[in-house]
Design a protein around this ligand. Sequence first.
Ligand code: NDP
Length: 330
Amino acid sequence: NREWHLLSRPVGWPKPEDFALVEAPVPTAREGQVLVRNKYLSVDPYMRGRMSDAKSYIAPFELGKAMQGGAVGEVVESNAEGIAVGDHVLHFLGWREYAAVDARHAVKVDPAAAPLSAYLGVLGMTGLTAYAGLLRTASFKEGDAVFVSGAAGAVGSQVGQIAKLKGASRVIGSAGSDEKVKLLVDEYGFDAAFNYKNGPVAEQLREAAPDGIDVYFDNVGGDHLEAAIGSLNEGGRIAVCGMISVYNNTQPAPGPKNLARLIQTRGRIEGFLVGDHYDLQPQFVQEVGPWVASGALKYRETVVEGIENNLEAFLGVLRGDNVGKMVVKL
Ligand code: NDP
């Protein structure tokens, strides 16, 4: 049983020396627990935050211990009622091959209903993030023009497509390569998209959304947020989901210089955490599940193989190596 430990808290970009892949005994399932052989591990931008010990909504990873994260696996031993050997479960003890999981923290998933990796992405945490952030936090309504950054990623690609499916007047996305931009328009049906590395975001956004935007779903922060405020229409709403452009900063990033525009526009900017919106999970699965099954909502995954590549996969998400949800297959 191999597991990834955090050895030291990264300063700036995480370095391989901050981590170690450690050989550990296979844990035993105690009363009320199941032993899970993990099949897919999630790597997510928020994990960067848990590597630091700054106060946050979730405790930092402990040094010298296995890190945690979303995972799906097969139950190989059960000491809990309601979960049998052979069942597949979603749980939170990723970054390792085997996990002893409290049954109350394990959610059974059906490998016949969807590929196992989908429970980490399009039908899982990132999918719900897109759904809740767009519909609840940003109060999306039919006819809105929506701009989403990180648009070729797990959350962003789903935000744009849900907005389209629910009658957005225009959906604009930004991403970090020309191939990703092409994918947004050709495969996901965005009305316009641009590569933020090709020129100033504000200019490119104005060109892509000449009539302004009603909703901005922020995955990036920085220039993107400032540009979105600049293009915001009256009554516009900004849902702050993530700010990946600043996660490795060692100094606080400067804020948007044009916040006063929120007065003119009566604009609203609001952060949210998916963890507060699990009451929407049944509605999310009911509405989005059929879109995924029918192909009306498309998704991609970037699959990295092997526990030994778990760290590289995580770093790859921060670099933008992924298209859609990044997962590690064991
Ligand atoms: P993604 O699949 O979108 O992967 C992250 C992407 O961020 C990369 O592919 C890369 O794409 C892009 N990126 C990296 N650095 C920069 C940069 N400096 N500027 C612009 N883009 C950058 O990850 P997720 O879908 O899992 O997460 C997206 C965002 O949502 C993150 O900010 C994350 O923290 C946040 N999040 C928030 C949650 C919440 O509850 N609030 C829950 C889940 C996620 P590219 O090639 O385009 O640069």
